[in-house]
Design a protein around this ligand. Sequence first.
Ligand SMILES: CC(C)(COP(=O)(O)OP(=O)(O)OC[C@H]1O[C@@H](n2cnc3c(N)ncnc32)[C@H](O)[C@@H]1OP(=O)(O)O)[C@@H](O)C(=O)NCCC(=O)NCCS
Length: 133
Amino acid sequence: MKENKKNNKPEFNKMGFTQWQWRVLNHNNLKLGENTQVGSYTVIDANKGVEIEDEVKIGFSCVIISYSSIDDKGGKVILKKNCKIGSGAIIMPGITVGENAVVGANSFVNKDVPPNEVWVGTPAKFMKRLDSI
Ligand SMILES: CC(C)(COP(=O)(O)OP(=O)(O)OC[C@H]1O[C@@H](n2cnc3c(N)ncnc32)[C@H](O)[C@@H]1OP(=O)(O)O)[C@@H](O)C(=O)NCCC(=O)NCCS
C-alpha cells in the first residue's frame, strides 16, 4: 500500500491510474483526506462522489463504486476517518463506512457500516464491536 501523506491528490494518468497502480474513474469527484493508504489494483469510481477521510486504509484489489451501471445504483460513498477496508472488498454506491470501522477482506458491502464495528462477508454483516482500534 502507498501512503498519501499530505492532502495532495496523487496524479492520475489518462486512464485514471496512479503511479501505485490504483485507479480512479471520474477523479474530479474524489475527495481524499490526509495520511490515507490505497492498495494497488483497487478501482474507485467517483462518478457520484467518493469521500475518503483522513487515516483511511484500503487494501489491495478493492472496488469502491459510487455508480453501478449493472443495477443502476448511484450515490456518494463516504469512508469515514480511520476506517479500514480489507483487500478484495466491494463497496456499493451510497454506502458510508463509519469512523474506525473495519470491513473484512473479500466482503460485499451493501449496507452502511456503523462506526467502531467490524463487518465481514457477502453480503457484509456485523461481526463484532471495537471499543477502540
Ligand atoms: C475482518 C478481520 C479484521 C477480522 O480479524 P480478527 O478479529 O482477527 O478475526 P478472526 O481471524 O479471529 O476471525 C473471527 C471469525 O470471523 C471469520 N472471518 C474473519 N475474517 C473474515 C472475512 N474477511 N470474511 C468472512 N469471515 C471472516 C473467521 O473465519 C472466524 O470465523 P470462525 O469464528 O467461524 O472461525 C480480518 O479477518 C480481515 O479480513 N482483515 C483484513 C486483511 C486485509 O485485507 N488486509 C489488507 C492488506 S494489508
